[in-house]
Design a protein around this ligand. Structure first.
Ligand SMILES: Cc1cc2nc3c(=O)[nH]c(=O)nc-3n(C[C@H](O)[C@H](O)[C@H](O)COP(=O)(O)O)c2cc1C
Length: 181
């Protein structure tokens, strides 16, 4: 059993995170879903709490009782931070060290491996700003599951689709096996 923080951001692919949360939980992992404000436009905390069988985090300032900030505890306890789907916005925030919501604060505070599965419009993915942000994050040790090609929700054909859930699950397992978590 590993402790996985599943970061979900404001992409149209966010509904696929429900499947990820469900499958990782069924595989025996403890999954804590952390949603950005953007993610809340696409999926409900109720869905994710039910599938992960745990409370979800949606607000950095809604702390549970206790002396230790909940986001720091999550960051410290995690065996893996998986962000799927990851928006262009969250990649930019992380590449610049911003911590203005629970997910980016956890990303900055954790020393667990970080696995990122981006999803976005192909032009956003191939923009020099995004490419640079990905390069920066890779330089700091983050691992990426590259987006797939196909018909995008925005109507374009090209690269930017969230990698298939099975591919993300395989990458999670490989990383956890490597770390012995
Ligand atoms: C219908 C719709 C779909 C979107 N899909 C994506 C997406 O797949 N990837 C992305 O980077 N941004 C997407 N966006 C834009 C993000 O929601 C927006 O940049 C938001 O600020 C991201 O916030 P977050 O990164 O904090 O979740 C979409 C916006 C809308 C309205």
């Amino acid at each position: 059993m590993s402790r996985i923080v599943l970061g979900i951001t404001g992409s149209i692919a966010a509904y696929k995170a429900a499947d990820l949360a469900s499958q990782l939980t069924k595989a025996g992992h403890e999954v804590t879903c952390v949603l950005t404000k953007g993610a809340l436009e696409f999926v409900t905390p109720l869905t994710l709490a039910t599938l992960s069988r745990r409370p979800v985090v949606t607000d950095l300032f809604a702390e549970k009782e206790g002396w230790q900030p909940g986001h720091i505890q999550l960051a410290d306890d995690a065996d893996l931070l998986l962000i799927a789907p990851a928006t262009a916005n969250v990649l930019a925030s992380m590449a610049h060290g911003f911590a203005n919501d629970a997910l980016t604060a956890i990303a900055l505070a954790t020393r667990a491996p970080i696995l990122i599965a981006p999803a976005m419009n192909g032009k956003m993915w191939l923009h020099p700003a995004t490419l640079k942000n990905v390069e920066t994050l890779k330089g700091w040790g983050a691992q990426f599951i590259e987006p797939a090609e196909g018909l995008l929700a925005c109507g374009y054909e090209g690269v930017g689709r969230l990698a298939p859930v099975e591919e993300i699950l395989a990458a999670v397992q490989a990383l956890l096996n490597k770390g012995g978590a």
